[in-house]
Ligand binder design. Structure first.
Ligand code: GLY
Length: 463
């Protein structure tokens, strides 16, 4: 964790942004996988981590907005725990690391919250996403677990989003560390990508690389020759010469900061002419995003300008036609890219998604566009120095979607269906890097850039 002053400053800043009442931040508990003692890998709640830094299960923190008093609730281990887990720091010691002097056993949380509720004070909490925390909130506040998300404090959500959106120098170092692990994962995958190799084997090696340098993967690895399926977790295929392998994966470093990269490479190490054409269009989209992502521009504008580069490129190949501005305004390009350009990244790979995408990626100024494709853009708002976002354009040939649109004659003024039909066996290409918005532009995160040009990719695959 960072030094305690970091957490003290963050909590003080949070208190400044919330008018009155108690701020209740719940950590996560262990989650059983198939029986109580066999748990999933523990993952702390990211906002609890951000404000208290403690990566142990079974904690909660309260900040009293009016008095400034901060309290940490958790239980000291008993002898049985020590026998099985070894000696553990006390709650008081953990409190000191987080800069919190007042600590209590976890059961005292109930009386503290109930006293505030009885006194008519506002208790601010974030939208719970784990069922045990929904039940805990019901016990603490009387709000039924099934509706607890609806009663979350929008004031607290907005305050947390405003703080967590802008990454500090020390956070950027952690994200760079996660990106460096991502480099190792993806270059290992490129070297292994040969005909006859099982997708599962490469995905497993990547997960192992993530685990050996950091905490684990930042989300379940997406790796498939069927890259046209956007989030393909089915790794049952065996690589075949002439196909493309799309790999979307990242690491969570030891301090729980994330990376998220995508590369698409030719099985066997050489792109065909048809693959090169589409690949270079996606790469041009990626370059456009980097050129245009800077303070002052909205990410929605960046997304739309990237869609125009995609449509222009596809027109040059005879797959689209007509006026490109009109085609993108109508949403015709979404046949090929039915997703958004990117999302915030930090302690979560989709940073703060639990708080509600509308509060993280949008604001009063920039509202979501409800059109197929662009409606999936998670991050649309105006860029600021210190934002970390992903830049992930793609081009996919999804047979079922092509069939549907073709049969409906959708956007027939802009789509050359006869030509598109011939690409139904193509798969998909996505290229993704993680970028930091700087004072006057943006820069890639990570010490070394994962090979991305056709020359770089073919070189590493044939070394
Ligand atoms: N790269 C995976 C995702 O953005 O969901």
């Amino acid at each position: 964790m960072f030094k305690k002053e970091t957490y003290q400053q963050r909590r003080a800043a949070l208190r400044e942004k919330v008018g009155e009442g108690l701020i209740l931040l719940l950590g996560n508990a262990e989650a059983p996988a198939n029986y109580p003692d066999n748990t999933y890998r523990f993952r702390q709640d990211s906002s609890f981590l951000y404000f208290f830094g403690l990566n142990q299960p079974g904690f909660a923190g309260i900040i009293d907005v009016e008095s400034g008093e901060e309290t940490l609730f958790g239980n000291d281990v008993d002898m049985d725990d020590i026998i099985w887990m070894g000696a553990q720091p006390t709650v008081a010691e953990l409190g000191m690391r987080a800069g919190v002097a007042r600590t209590f056993p976890f059961r005292r949380l109930t009386e503290t919250v109930q006293a505030a509720v009885a006194a008519g004070r506002k208790v601010h909490f974030l939208p719970p996403y784990r069922y045990d925390n929904m039940l805990l909130l019901e016990a603490l506040t009387g709000i039924r677990a099934s509706v607890a998300r609806q009663y979350a404090s929008i004031e607290l959500v907005k305050a947390v989003v405003s703080l967590r959106s802008v990454k500090s120098e020390e956070e950027i170092k952690e994200i760079e560390d996660a990106c460096n692990i991502g480099y190792e994962m993806h270059t290992a995958a490129m070297r292994l990508c040969k005909p006859g190799v099982k997708e599962q084997y490469i995905a497993g090696v990547m997960d192992g690389v993530a685990a050996s340098y950091g905490s684990m993967v930042s989300f379940p690895t997406i790796l498939s020759q069927h890259g046209e399926t956007l989030h393909n977790h089915d790794h049952s295929g065996i690589l075949e010469a002439g196909r493309l392998m799309l790999t979307d994966a990242g690491a969570e470093n030891i301090h729980n900061y994330c990376s998220d990269f995508t590369r698409t490479v030719p099985v066997g190490g050489r792109f065909s002419d048809r693959q090169r054409d589409i690949y270079n269009i996606v790469l041009a989209c990626h370059d456009k995003a980097i050129e245009f992502a800077r303070p002052g521009n909205t990410y929605q504008q960046v997304h739309l300008s990237v869609c125009k580069v995609l449509a222009e490129g596809l027109k040059s190949l005879g797959l689209m036609k007509g006026n490109i501005d009109d085609a993108v305004a109508a949403g015709a390009h979404a046949l090929f890219m039915p997703h958004g350009l990117g999302h915030m990244m930090g302690l979560d790979v989709h940073d703060m998604e639990d708080l509600g995408q509308i509060h993280v990626g949008y604001d009063e100024e920039v509202r979501p566009i409800q059109q197929f494709g662009t409606s999936s853009l998670r991050m649309g708002r105006r860029l600021q120095e210190g934002f970390v976002i992903t830049d992930e354009p793609g081009c996919y040939f999804i047979p079922a979607l092509i069939d549907k649109w073709h049969s409906e004659g959708l956007h027939a003024d802009f789509l050359c269906y006869d030509a598109i039909e011939k690409y139904k066996d193509f798969g998909g290409i996505r290229l993704e890097d993680d970028i930091l918005i700087t004072a006057d532009g943006s820069r890639f995160l990570g010490e070394k850039r994962i090979p991305i040009t056709i020359k770089e990719v073919e070189q590493i695959m044939n070394e």
